[in-house]
Design a protein around this ligand. Structure first.
Ligand SMILES: [Zn+2]
Length: 726
């Protein structure tokens, strides 16, 4: 023992001793021995999160070294020699060395987080650091007394909650779920928790470096190794210095508690610069908010459509965005050979003009940088045309390549696609050019579909002729940010109504985009090994306050409309494969809910459902039924999950002034009364107003800690507002 400070105790011992190092603060304690994290204690909850025989635990890091594009070796900390263990500059610093690699890792504390950084240097000049797994937290599993209450949360798309990660897959099979950032995760974390303990593993990167988050358990292994896979450009002989820190925060109970930790940090970053309520770059249409209607353009009568849509605007007293599915030359979601649009340029332009005359805006989707090479449902002539388009544009040359030196392809929804590399001139300009052509046709809303985020993910792009770092780093995120910024500025220069949106979201894009597409109304998502994961509104929780959620494809079934509006999305009605129905033909429950929503938004709900910061719903005894909720995976397989399914869908939001708005739709056919307790004094909430639609149905004093009863008639949008005292 060399040093003991008020909060930090450190042991340094000669290499080869049982302990490499110990780090302790008032809230955390960890121990590294023989290159493994053998103990991680959340002192405030008095919980040990890592437990197991030392020799069966993973190393605290693993480095993959490449020779060229091929993996040359994997080096684990436990197989390296500990050269130094010392306390320096407020951190614990460990130096490891093997024949071909030197690693210096640092552990420190910031507030209640543990922070991790690393330098990795290949000692053989032919080798390059290709991937670093660090830190690897080989967590005890199940974390709770039994696995049924364990959850893993990912900010993937709208948010993915995996129930009981140890269940359903035989112990002898591989359990692996790693999601990439910024490709398909809105934010940079993974959390594993149960009712009384858990931790969030995250990074504080502000540049969009490529990395994966998740768990990776080998057959027969104990516990659940949680890890971050850092991916970088291949630079032989050069040190990889982690350009951000990895962090561990402890939390427990629900996913919101983990997201809260991340949100506190994210709110300080450039992508949360301006709350939506103050965003003047977002046009009034989205602040209204509007109603979105989708239909199959090939089923529409162009002469009657404008009046049919105008009737919706009138009925709900809301501006309408019309999204024609299949506007593209070859049909829905077939890019990049888009133009002329269906049925021809002149007819399309006239339709858009007729709609604009009635105040209806038209939104067209672009398939990101995906180019369809072949579509199963298309005719031989179409497939020939798609092939020719790619040849004419020299698409294969500008496409993302895999390490095998061929264009990377994706097969999805019976289409085979290549993707333009964002690091090439064609890749940089293609989306911009397509958006300009849409604006030429009178379209005012451009949506980038299918691309979930800035690739690469590590599979691409290996084309040395493109001139970008290979394969990873932050170049793809920066290129995407530049591309979207250019599209936005050019669009705004042409019309103040211009809207740029994107499928799903990547936090870096928050301030450039005017909206993002999520799908919270779907309950389940097919996850790995045939299992279902629950979809939870993580994205809304983190970023609803900054960016509207649109094109959520709710309904027209009323339950989907209900979920979507309660979760703070701008309503969207899709008529898949059909023409738009007359507004009089909508189901009565859907009409009632939409009427409630638009009236409530004009009256009291907008500071919450459009501009609010999501919070956990105050404790209320909402009745639930234990049942198997079913859905379909992307491949069409039926998936299911046993859930305590609430009979009232609820959400809760804070407005700018600190008032709390709670919203609910009763999904049953009879009135439901729920009881709750007015949130505690720290909130200084005093008055309570109750609403059904836009009607006030009660106003009363509400001393914190007192009980309240909330009665919800069926299939109506109901609200409670707890006013903050002055
Ligand atoms: Zn490339």
């Amino acid at each position: 023992m060399r040093l003991a400070m008020a909060f930090c105790v450190l042991l340094t011992q000669p290499a080869g001793a049982a302990d490499d190092a110990l780090w302790e603060t008032s809230g955390q304690k960890l121990r590294i021995a023989r290159g493994r994290l053998v103990s991680l204690v959340d002192k405030s909850r008095n919980v040990e999160l890592v437990a197991g025989p030392t020799d069966r635990l993973r190393s605290v890091f693993r480095v993959i070294l490449n020779n060229g594009f091929a993996k040359a070796q994997e080096v684990d900390a436990s197989a390296m020699e500990l050269r130094a263990s010392e306390r320096k500059d407020g951190e614990l610093r460990l130096a490891f060395e093997s024949k071909d690699l030197r690693v210096v890792m640092g552990v420190g504390s910031e507030g209640s987080d543990l922070t991790w950084r690393m330098d990795a240097t290949p000692l053989n000049p032919a080798l390059a650091v290709a991937e670093v797994q660090f830190p690897v937290l080989h967590l005890r599993a199940p974390l709770g007394r039994e696995g049924a209450g364990d959850r893993v949360v990912f900010p993937r798309n709208e948010g993915l909650l995996i129930h009981d990660p140890l269940a359903a897959v035989p112990a002898q099979s591989w359990r692996r779920r790693v999601h990439n950032y910024p490709a398909d995760m809105v934010a940079q974390f993974v959390g594993y928790f149960c009712g009384r303990s858990g931790c969030l593993l995250w990074t504080d990167d502000t540049a969009g470096h490529v990395k994966g988050f998740g768990f990776d358990r080998r057959p027969g292994e104990p516990g659940l190794p949680l890890l971050i896979q850092h991916r970088m450009p291949l630079e032989p002989g050069k040190t990889w210095r982690m350009p951000y820190r990895a962090r561990i925060s402890f939390f427990a109970g629900n996913w919101q508690a983990g997201a809260e930790i991340y949100r506190a940090w994210a709110a300080q970053q450039f992508w949360c610069k301006t709350p939506l309520r103050n965003r003047r770059d977002v046009p009034p249409l989205l602040h209204a908010p509007c109603l979105v209607i989708h239909s199959e353009l090939r089923r529409e009568r162009f002469d009657t459509l404008p009046d049919i849509l105008a009737a919706y605007a009138k009925r709900f007293n809301a501006p309408v965005i019309y999204r024609p599915v299949g506007w593209e030359k070859h049909g829905a979601w077939i890019g990049g050979d888009y133009f002329p649009p269906f049925p021809n340029e002149e007819a399309f332009r006239q339709l858009v003009a007729a709609l604009r005359e009635r105040g209806i805006h038209v939104a067209c989707f672009l398939s990101g940088r995906f180019w369809t090479r072949r579509a199963e449902r298309a005719s031989p002539a179409t497939n020939e045309a798609l092939k020719r388009f790619i040849e004419e544009q020299d698409g294969n040359r500008f496409a993302e390549w895999g390490p095998n030196g061929r264009p990377w392809t994706r097969k999805f929804e019976q289409r085979e696609m290549i993707r333009l590399c964002a690091g090439t001139p064609l890749g940089r300009n293609f989306l911009f050019d397509a958006s300009q052509r849409l604006l030429d046709l009178g379209v005012t809303a451009v949506h980038e579909d299918q691309d979930l985020g800035p690739e690469p993910s590590g599979y691409t792009c290996y084309n040395p002729a493109h001139g970008h770092p290979i394969p990873c780093g932050s170049w793809a995120a920066q290129t995407m940010l530049d591309c979207l910024t250019r599209i936005k500025l050019a669009g705004q220069a042409r019309t103040p109504d211009f809207i740029l949106t994107k499928e799903e979201d990547t936090e870096l894009m928050n301030m450039v985009l005017m909206g993002y597409q999520t799908r919270y109304f779907v309950r389940l998502k097919g996850d790995w090994a045939g299992r279902a994961a629950e979809i939870v509104p993580v994205t809304q929780y983190l970023y609803h306050e900054y960016l509207p959620t649109i094109y959520g494809f709710a309904g027209p079934h009323w339950q989907e409309v209900a979920r979507s509006m309660v979760m703070g999305q701008i309503p969207s009605l899709p008529f898949w494969g059909k023409a738009v129905a007359l507004v009089e033909q909508l189901p009565a429950s859907t009409v009632a809910l939409l009427e409630d929503y638009y009236a409530a938004m004009k009256c009291y709900a907008k500071p919450f459902l459009l501009y609010g910061r999501m919070t956990t719903v105050p404790p209320m005894n909402v009745p639930t039924v234990r049942r198997r909720v079913e859905g379909r995976s992307l491949e069409g397989r039926v998936i299911g999950l046993e859930l305590d399914d609430p009979l009232v869908v609820t959400s809760s939001w804070r407005d700018e002034a600190g008032n709390l708005g709670v919203f609910g739709v009763n999904l049953t056919t009879a009135a439901v009364s729920v009881r709750g307790i007015v949130p505690q004094a720290a909130d200084n909430l005093v008055g309570l107003s109750q609403y059904v639609g836009a009607d006030t149905v009660g106003v009363r004093q509400a001393p914190p800690g007192s009980a309240f009863v909330w009665t919800l008639p069926p299939r109506r949008l109901c609200g409670l507002v707890f006013q903050r005292g002055r």
